[in-house]
Write a protein that binds this ligand. Structure first.
Ligand SMILES: C[S@@+](CC[C@H](N)C(=O)[O-])C[C@H]1O[C@@H](n2cnc3c(N)ncnc32)[C@H](O)[C@@H]1O
Length: 286
């Protein structure tokens, strides 16, 4: 048995299980067990895997064939410049959230233009994807990560350890939206960014999302707006004078959330798109 023949077996098993991209996923699984990148597999293709990595492939394959998302099976997933640890306690970070993070960084830069050190809050941080990216990509920022789920924050803490020196500028706090934050931040936050739950209760979701991702990260009442409503209404009092709120949402919610932001007293409100051109975020400036 060589790594190449093992990879071929993995492709066959994934295809038989109905996985849509068996070749690509087999490369990821085998590379994870071999401790190399998928591109480096060609270099070891003729070598024989030892018992432990071969058993690791078998365990990952079994989980994937049972329907568990590839990201949880691998235990890590790329988000912007980060390789984040992920498991079933947190939402799998999505490409659209990378765009939301980019927009938050634009607001961070605007607030930091005069040499000010920006304070950024990532509400409902999950794996830490947004907030840890801000901390790593903007070295003058101070970042607060919050979540109501202690389980999610345990994952965020593991990822915090992985960002090196930037971790000294990050605080993690647990609680229900703004209740997690200390009172001294009232009126002092430059950018609040959030990808809250925004799926309407009962909306159909892909079977693997429904079965494997945490329900508390997904659903938000009959219109999916329960959490967005609270965040938009409470954000102005926490933001500094020139501060901004950046929230991710379902494309069908953009008009409603923009309206909520105007009603909350924000002076500039913009809808932004994701990489597929769909309305995906609202930026609201005080
Ligand atoms: C859609 S997930 C986003 C996770 C991560 N920010 C991302 O973009 O991948 C929403 C997150 O909000 C958290 N959450 C749900 N209700 C909350 C609440 N009332 N207060 C704070 N966080 C909450 C969930 O635990 C979950 O981690």
């Amino acid at each position: 048995m060589t790594w190449r023949s093992l990879q071929g077996e993995v492709v066959g098993a994934l295809r038989a299980a109905g996985v849509a991209e068996p070749e690509a996923e087999a490369r990821r699984i085998v590379a994870e067990a071999a401790g190399c990148s998928p591109a480096e597999l060609v270099l070891i293709g003729g070598d024989e895997p030892t018992t432990l990595p071969a058993a690791h492939v078998a365990r990952m394959l079994e989980r994937r064939c049972a329907g568990e998302p590839l990201q949880y099976v691998l235990g890590s997933w790329g988000f912007r410049s980060l390789d984040l640890f992920v498991d079933g306690r947190v939402l799998i970070p999505r490409p659209e959230t990378e765009v939301v993070t980019e927009r938050a960084l634009t607001e961070v830069d605007r607030c930091a233009a005069d040499g000010h050190r920006p304070i950024v809050v990532d509400l409902g941080t999950g794996s830490g994807a947004i907030g840890l990216s801000v901390a790593v990509e903007r070295e003058r920022s101070s970042v607060w990560l919050t979540d109501a789920s202690a389980d999610a924050l345990a994952v965020a803490r593991s990822n915090l350890v992985g960002i090196g020196r930037a971790a000294t500028r990050v605080q993690i706090v647990e609680g229900d939206w703004f209740e997690a934050l200390p009172a001294h931040l009232v009126g002092g936050i430059d950018v609040i960014v959030s990808n809250p739950p925004y799926v309407a209760d009962g909306d159909p979701l892909p079977e693997d999302v429904q079965r494997w991702e945490p329900a508390g990260a997904l659903f938000a009442g009959s219109e999916g707006l329960d959490d967005l409503r609270r965040i938009v209404a409470e954000a102005p009092s926490w933001l500094a004078e020139r501060g901004a709120l950046v929230v991710e949402l379902d494309p069908r919610q953009a008009g409603a959330v923009a309206g909520l932001a105007v009603a909350a007293g924000f002076s500039e409100v913009e809808v932004g798109r994701d990489l597929t051109g769909r309305d995906r975020l609202v930026v609201a400036r005080r």
